[in-house]
Design a protein around this ligand. Structure first.
Ligand SMILES: [Zn+2]
Length: 272
């Protein structure tokens, strides 16, 4: 028993958190607004749905729900009840990460800034992976923007393609998937809030709109969630694929960062 305690103590001491120094560096070296505004030149809309659907348009990797990689060993359902949460140790949930060395410093800073945003609002703490960590998230520039749902066991990747996915909202979106969160428009109670228009969906993408028996953690349906696609997501004809039932003219799914509900959900799920 004592050995076990020592072992875990060693692990927690060995965990190197992403430090303030990382964020200081990135603020000094790269003004965030600058990065995003330069990157966005020529792009009219930069919400999560547009970024993800454009980046994923010619993707070959099999994806479900638009940007979720099929799970290695379990149903990509709200797996939070079946073991895909990241473990909590005392007050914090440590999630080991590695970032591909092929990103530029500026690209890396977008990812770091996204990760650190969880530190300021939740008990999630991203730490640099070391030899004692079995399960970890590897960020790299694959084909498109995508992630697995929840902790997979061992190495799991989050793809944030260069020239397509390196936006604060996209980092937060994919990291939220890795923490176990699904898209807002597929949650179990969505039929009370949104109408799906299958006739406008690009053929073959209908499954992205399938409802999931999510655990909504007592938080309200949120059109401003960073996990909500916009009303034209996967549209084949420029017509809406989703409409707000209460207000069909409502524009939504344009979040540029996590909403208060996105943050509240993480804190509830992980008992922060
Ligand atoms: Zn997604």
């Amino acid at each position: 028993m004592f050995a076990v305690v020592l072992f875990f103590l060693a692990i927690s001491m060995a965990a190197v958190p992403l430090k303030a120094a990382d964020s200081v560096n990135l603020i000094k070296k790269t003004d965030v607004t600058d990065v995003i505004s330069k990157a966005n030149v020529g792009i009219k809309k930069t919400d999560v749905t547009d970024v993800i659907s454009k980046a994923n348009a010619r993707i070959q990797t099999p994806l479900i729900y638009g940007d979720i990689a099929p799970s290695k060993s379990r149903n990509a359902d709200p797996c939070t009840a079946t073991g895909c949460k990241w473990p909590k140790s005392e007050s914090y949930v440590y999630v080991p990460v590695q970032i591909s060395p092929l990103y530029t410093q500026e690209e890396r800073n977008v990812i770091l800034r996204g990760l650190l945003s969880f530190h300021t609002s939740t008990c999630i703490r991203f730490v640099w992976k070391n030899v004692t960590h079995q399960d970890f998230v590897y960020f790299y520039s694959g084909t498109g923007c995508w992630s697995s749902l929840g902790r997979q066991g061992g190495l799991q990747v989050v793809s944030l393609m260069k020239n397509g996915c390196l936006y604060h909202s996209t980092v937060q979106h994919e990291v939220s998937h890795a923490l176990g969160f699904h898209h807002e428009q597929v949650r179990s109670d969505r039929d009370s809030y949104v109408q799906v228009l299958p006739e406008n969906i690009i053929p073959g993408n209908e499954k992205n709109f399938d409802k999931v028996q999510t655990n909504n953690l007592g938080t309200p349906y949120d059109f401003n969630s960073v996990m909500h696609y916009n009303k034209y997501g996967f549209s084949k004809n420029g017509q809406p694929t989703l409409l707000s039932k209460a207000n069909p003219s409502l524009d939504f799914g344009r979040a540029t960062s996590m909403s208060a509900n996105d943050i509240a959900r993480i804190n509830k799920l992980y008992g922060c």
